[in-house]
Design a protein around this ligand. Structure first.
Ligand code: ATP
Ligand code: MG
Length: 274
């Protein structure tokens, strides 16, 4: 059985003033197996973050079921680790205490907390930065702390919402390799949202493409490129072949999303309620 199973998951957001609700997700199905690294691509506003937030238990769903490890999701839990695009470290805590945060909440004894923090900080290459504060770190380093913090809680699945979206190109590529190393070392299951097709192919064991809103999975493809993946694979012919197919699919949905926005703007400027 899949580790994560979404069946017929829908979510709408009611708008004020009697306007029609925004249907973010409609009858979305998705299965993620243990140890998979599933990347999700889709146009802006198609419901990627909503999907991740539902799995994280931060957002409710209106219909369907979300089963993790055989149990329906009912709120946030330490079995899921989140990493967002924006830097979400606690600025008043040191790097070490950021990583220990969830462990402290769960009343893990302090010596064990420190041992776990040390292990994951080493994995993300931040040994020696334990006593720094987030403001003393670059964006890439902050995201490495966020990854260590998420892993420290021993989650069954890592949920990552454009975690490298705010980083410069070079840092982003290094982070991709680092995350793949960490993934291979820990054999975690990862659900990773990105706008970047290269990133999706480079990292994923599978790539899923979502439709324009209301979002559902339109295409779900295994990436047969093997691991470990060296960055040079991005310029290889098999990579280019996968990319050209996915680009086409993503562009179709991006155009559909754009057309829908133009339509909404037209209704708005004609004075009708949107
Ligand atoms: N709390 C909310 N209230 C109202 N509408 C919302 C809310 N959260 C999301 N939406 C709407 O649901 C749709 C999907 O949003 P979501 O953030 O999941 O998209 P996304 O695919 O993550 O987009 P992006 O790629 O830009 O991050 C959008 O139309 C958005 O405006
Ligand atoms: Mg989003």
């Amino acid at each position: 059985m899949a580790l994560l199973n979404l069946r017929g998951v829908s979510r709408s957001f009611a708008l004020s003033g009697g306007a029609p609700a925004t249907v973010a997700l409609q009858a979305t199905d998705l299965q993620v197996n243990e140890h998979e690294f599933l990347t999700i691509l889709g146009p802006s506003g198609c419901g990627k973050s909503t999907l991740l937030r539902i799995v994280a238990g931060l957002e409710r769903h209106d219909a369907g079921e979300v089963i993790l490890d055989g149990r329906p999701i009912a709120g946030p839990g330490s079995d899921r680790g989140m990493v967002f695009q924006s830097y979400t470290l606690f600025p008043w805590l040191t790097v070490r205490d950021n990583v220990c945060f969830g462990l402290r909440e769960r009343r893990i004894p302090r010596p064990q907390q420190l041992e776990i923090a040390q292990e994951y900080l080493a994995q993300v290459g931040l040994s020696g930065f334990e006593h720094h504060y987030p403001r003393q770190l670059s964006g890439g380093m902050q995201q490495r702390v966020a990854i260590a913090r998420a892993l420290a809680n021993g989650p069954r699945i890592l949920l990552m919402d454009e975690p490298f979206g705010a980083l410069d190109h070079q840092t982003r590529e290094l982070m991709q390799e680092l995350l793949l190393d960490v993934w291979q070392a820990n054999r975690k299951t990862v659900l990773f949202v990105t706008h970047d097709i290269d990133e999706a192919i480079f990292m994923g064991t599978r790539v899923a493409v979502m439709t324009a809103r209301p979002g559902r999975i339109k295409l779900d493809q295994s990436i047969e490129l093997g691991y470990p993946r060296h960055y040079s694979i991005k310029t290889s012919p098999p990579f280019a072949a996968i990319k050209s197919e996915l680009m086409e699919q993503v562009r179709i949905e991006a155009r559909a999303a754009q057309a829908a926005t133009v339509q909404l703007a037209a209704i708005d400027s004609s004075g009708a309620k949107v």
